[in-house]
Design a protein around this ligand. Structure first.
Ligand code: SF4
Ligand code: SF4
Length: 293
């Protein structure tokens, strides 16, 4: 099972929820940081890293000795990442999406596969869980290619060893956030009951609903703001799976990079209950079996 922990905006406590969930998971689990532009799951889980590798994507490399300057590659590229001007072929690797179209279409086979560095993938163990993370290279504009490589490694790992995964998704509703939740079996939307929190939560709900994933809400800093988020969840029949109180001890633990499930027995129980509910959400049959047992 893959659980994606997402949010409509940054700063809602998404990462701290993902970290706590990973520490109370009662079976093999991998905590995955797909917030590759600003990964910080490691700050809470303090993983012991056992490996890392540089990730690359394929970009075109033109052999001008073979090129006839026909312009076919330039006409094909929707991203203006390759241009033919008179007897000059210019490539713009930072704009290339790595589709390979120009390489396939070149009649002279003048384009071969070069590489652009995307960032780094690291892995290891953390608090009894596996750990996997992507870190985007500074200056790299596109995060989905690196995210896809992190997900490919995760899928290999799950196929070989089994177990579950908890994904810390990028905040927001843009392409990277959608990419992060695409393969999940359930999505947890973390929010806070403030006007900004509710506004961005609705955007996230609208963006992810067409994906037809089971979704549940986690209300962080419960007690601030107003009841708009509760009304919205009721109207949309979106279950609220956990409420994390607005509490000084939690804020201090967060500031020190501690897993908040360890703050108190009550909070640990909140995350254990969240774990059980998200499992039922992802496999509704399991909940029914429990009822009829
Ligand atoms: S398609 Fe090939 S031959 Fe034509 S301009 Fe591009 S690189 Fe040159
Ligand atoms: S690989 Fe695709 S995106 Fe990149 S330059 Fe070629 S056609 Fe454009």
């Amino acid at each position: 099972m893959i659980v994606a922990v997402a949010s409509g905006k940054g700063g809602t406590g998404k990462t701290t929820v993902a970290a706590s969930l990973a520490t109370v998971w009662d079976g093999p689990v991998c905590a995955v940081d797909l917030d590759v532009e600003e990964p910080n799951l490691h700050l809470f889980l303090q993983p012991n890293l056992t490996g890392r590798e540089t990730a690359y994507m394929t970009v075109p490399q033109v052999d001008e000795a073979k090129c006839t300057y026909c312009g076919a590659c330039s006409e094909l590229c929707q991203f203006k990442a390759i241009s033919v001007i008179n007897r000059l072929v210019l490539t713009f690797p930072e704009m290339c999406h790595g589709c390979g179209g120009c390489m396939a279409i070149c009649p002279e086979k003048a384009i071969t596969a070069g590489q652009r560095e995307l960032g780094e993938i690291s892995w290891g163990q953390a608090a009894g869980a596996g750990f996997l993370a992507g870190t985007l290279r500074i200056g790299e504009a596109m995060s989905p290619p690196l995210m896809r490589q992190v997900k490919a490694r995760l899928n290999q790992q799950l196929a070989a060893d089994g177990g579950d995964a908890i994904i810390d998704a990028p905040p927001g509703v843009s392409c990277p956030a959608v990419n992060a939740v695409l393969d999940s079996d359930a999505v947890l939307l973390v929010t806070e009951p403030t006007p900004f929190g509710v506004y961005d939560f609705k955007l996230a709900w609208e963006a992810f609903t067409p994906l037809n994933k089971p979704m549940g809400a986690v209300i962080n800093r419960a007690g601030v703001g107003n009841d708009a988020i509760y009304r919205f969840c009721r109207e949309q029949k979106l279950p609220i799976l956990a409420e994390i109180p607005y509490d000084r001890a939690i804020a201090e633990a967060y500031a020190r990079g501690r897993v908040i499930a360890d703050v108190s027995a009550g909070l640990k129980q909140t995350f254990i209950s969240l774990r059980d509910q998200v499992r039922d959400l992802a496999s509704p049959g399991r909940a029914q079996e429990a009822v009829h047992a």
